[in-house]
Design a protein. Structure first.
Length: 381
């Protein structure tokens, strides 16, 4: 097993999606072939502490039974938990203040970041990887940042002429009364209110009147200073996975049938009420159209490696008139990798089972890193 790749599996994080990331990490660790990969677990706590080896494994409390033996890295020092006030990225030796690590024990070949939401999916940690000059799975700094920020994402869609729902943007500190009046005049009720930088439906609310709208804006501002308000549509929710880099591929589409008023966080991870239909019951023409739109959205946001593209499919308007068809909702650059997540399910049904999906993502990451290094004139051995 001397030729195994060392995969730094980065999970947890400071965002409200910390717990989702932990479940994703367990599933990915179990799927990585121990004959091909050695997993180096690195966990980030909700306070921003970076944990190694045993401490990283302990962060997955409640999911230990699902962890494979390959998740334990023999000889990797645990060390002390770093003081979050010092912003240390590695544990420090208590006596000298310098990390003492056996030579080569922290070396790795590629990073698999499964950090959902801010401080992981938004370009921040991708910038760290770029500075460190290490290969990593998923979109780069630009694609990650645009894919995380719903305001910039919709601007990218608009620039490419892609269809989407009507929306308005609010920034904390601006005239909220005037903004609410604009929402009522241009979007009407009901409407959906979302923090610009968040995922897994965290902070998302449905507002049916002015009081609910004001409360929803206040709730969204608890997660981000930018808030986006979207028109409500009577539509089916369709999702497509995208995989690749230079010539990405689109998976077969799947459909979410919410058990709640909308596909909320509780609906996704707590109540087990939503139904996942894969493949989605669509005509061949509609299937081809939504897959093409997924690739266009992927390109518009400068994504790479992987993404899940979410759509609303408005077949008919409430008054019975024909609908607008597929409307792009958002791009998720680090989609869920949990056992119930749509992204790996769609690729499995498209002929790429979970272990092969991870193989391809890791290969894409290393190929892109080498390609970028050659372009920058920094040849590698």
């Amino acid at each position: 097993m001397a030729d195994r790749l060392r995969v730094l599996l980065l999970f947890g994080g400071r965002s409200a999606e910390h717990d989702v990331s932990r479940v994703s990490a367990v599933a990915a660790a179990a799927a990585l072939d121990p004959a091909r990969y050695e997993v180096v677990p690195v966990g980030i706590t909700t306070e921003g502490q970076w944990l190694l080896a045993g401490e990283a494994r302990a962060l997955l409390a409640g999911h230990r039974d699902a962890l494979p033996a390959a998740f334990t890295v023999e000889g990797l020092p645990v060390g002390e938990v770093p003081d979050p006030a010092r912003r240390a990225l590695v544990p420090l030796d208590q006596q000298s203040g310098v990390e003492i690590v056996p030579a080569g024990s922290l070396e790795f070949d590629v990073v698999l970041p499964l950090l959902h939401g801010p401080y992981g999916e938004d370009g921040t940690v991708q910038g760290l990887f770029e500075l460190a000059d290490v290969p990593y799975v998923g979109s780069g700094v630009v694609g990650s940042a645009v894919g995380m920020d719903k305001v910039m994402m919709k601007r990218a869609f608009a620039a490419e002429g892609l269809p989407m729902v009507a929306h308005l943007v609010y920034r904390e500190g601006r005239d909220r009364t005037a903004f609410v009046a604009r929402v009522e005049a241009e979007l009407g009720y009901p409407c959906f209110v979302k923090p610009a930088n968040m995922g897994s439906s965290v902070g998302v609310s449905r507002a049916a009147d002015r009081a609910a709208l004001d409360a929803a804006i206040e709730a969204a501002l608890g997660f981000d200073e930018w808030v986006i308000v979207e028109e409500a549509v009577v539509a089916r929710e369709i999702e497509v996975g995208v995989l690749g880099d230079d010539e990405p591929e689109a998976s077969i589409p799947g459909e979410i049938v919410p058990g709640d008023e909308f596909y909320s966080y509780a609906d996704k991870y707590e109540d087990d009420a939503a139904r996942l239909l894969a493949p989605a019951p669509l005509s061949p023409e509609a299937t081809a159209e939504v897959r093409a739109l997924a690739l266009a959205a992927f390109a518009a946001c400068r994504c790479a490696g992987m993404a899940r593209v979410d759509f609303f499919y408005e077949e008919h308007r409430p008054d019975g008139m024909p609908g607008r068809g597929f409307l792009i909702n958002e791009v998720n650059t680090i989609p869920g990798f949990t056992p119930i997540s749509m992204f790996p399910k769609l690729w499995a049904l498209s002929g790429v089972p979970y272990p092969e999906l991870l193989d391809r993502l890791i290969a894409h990451a290393r190929e892109r890193h080498e390609r970028r290094a050659r372009r920058a004139g920094r040849q590698r051995d």
